[in-house]
Ligand binder design. Structure first.
Ligand code: AHN
Ligand code: ZN
Length: 326
């Protein structure tokens, strides 16, 4: 009897130690999990507000120019190789317009790349405003313009620990929102929206430019925003849509990312899909209950900083960071 006690004690000690060790390993370093940086919504909000403080960023105006310098400088500060692509396009009234697309590349040499984009210009006309006397005024575009850019600047700030074999291109497209206004009575071409992205998709900053996929952010900062699965995104890049909406759901953002089909929107993702053949989706606030398909503030004087909710910026930014780092 006495002889048995000792080995039994020893065995139980060893096995106990073994269990302990295994648990510790699991807790300290979860298998197959990458550290995803934390998206700071306060920081993203500041980036949005800073753009709005320049005033309306209508192409070829001083505020637009000042904002260009700011965005360029911020991308450089966060370690991107920055290119400003100069181009030109034709407006609905036949006039020519300068295009300035801002491209920030992280790990420029990596062939495995993701494209993240947003438009940075704002609409010259509040042509959906209830007050007809204001319909020719430019909008501030806190949500329609600044929100996507603000989220992507905060993403850029979090790309410091990007693995070397993964490249990210953040593109801020110009002249997205200069489309034919409702009050215009003359004739015009079919394609008056998305001039900057169309120019880039036909003349990419690097010849033969390729990315695995793209994500466009448009109006991603309003309170209680609903992101339905936009029609063309499903058509061209269904697996990316599903991946993004599943990721958002796993993170608890299913109140924003609603896994149901939404309307077809002519937006910057379309030329990218059509001309460059890069599968690109659009995360855009759609409203099923409005006649325009967009929320009430859309293309009105109400699209100011009061329209921005940090919770929405957080939901979108966190989802994007998880897409990048997973
Ligand atoms: C059209 O209304 C044709 N496209 C809307 C794209 C857009 C405008 N996104 C933001 N502003
Ligand atoms: Zn717009």
């Amino acid at each position: 009897m006495k002889r048995l006690i000792f080995p039994l004690l020893l065995i139980s000690l060893i096995s106990c130690k073994g269990t302990d060790k295994r648990q510790k390993t699991v807790n300290e370093k979860p298998v197959n999990t990458v550290q995803v940086p934390v998206f700071n919504a306060d920081s993203a909000y500041v980036f949005v507000k800073k753009q709005v403080d320049f005033g309306s960023r209508v192409p070829q105006t001083p505020a637009h120019k000042a904002c260009l310098e700011y965005l360029k400088q911020m991308l450089e500060k966060y370690g991107a190789d920055v290119t400003v692509q100069n181009g030109s396009g034709q407006l609905y009234d036949g006039k020519s317009v300068e295009i300035k697309n801002i491209i920030g590349s992280f790990n420029s040499e990596a062939t495995n790349r993701i494209l993240l984009c947003s438009h940075w210009d704002t609409r010259p006309f509040a042509d959906q405003d209830k007050d007809y006397s204001k319909r020719e005024n430019p909008i501030l575009g806190a949500n329609d313009g600044a929100s996507g850019v603000g989220v992507l600047l905060e993403v850029a700030r979090n790309l410091q620990k990007l693995p070397q074999n993964l490249g990210i291109d953040i593109i801020f497209f110009d002249v997205e929102d200069y489309g034919v206004p409702e009050f215009y009575m003359g004739n015009h071409d079919a394609d008056t929206w998305c001039l900057g992205s169309t120019y880039w998709a036909k003349n990419p900053h690097k010849s033969g430019y390729k990315a695995n996929y793209g994500i466009l952010l448009d109006m991603v900062g309003a309170s209680a925003a609903t992101f339905y699965q936009e029609y063309y995104s499903l058509d061209y890049a269904r697996n990316i849509v599903e991946n993004v909406w599943n990721t958002a759901q796993e993170l608890g953002f299913e109140a924003y990312f609603i896994a149901r089909q939404g309307g077809a929107i002519m937006d910057d993702h379309l030329p990218i899909n059509r001309f460059l053949k890069i599968p690109c989706i659009d995360i855009i606030q759609l409203d099923k209950n409005s006649s325009t398909g967009f929320a009430q503030y859309w293309h009105t004087m109400d699209d100011n900083v009061n329209n921005i909710d940090k919770n929405t910026l957080y939901a979108v930014g966190t989802t994007i960071l998880h897409m990048v780092y997973k």
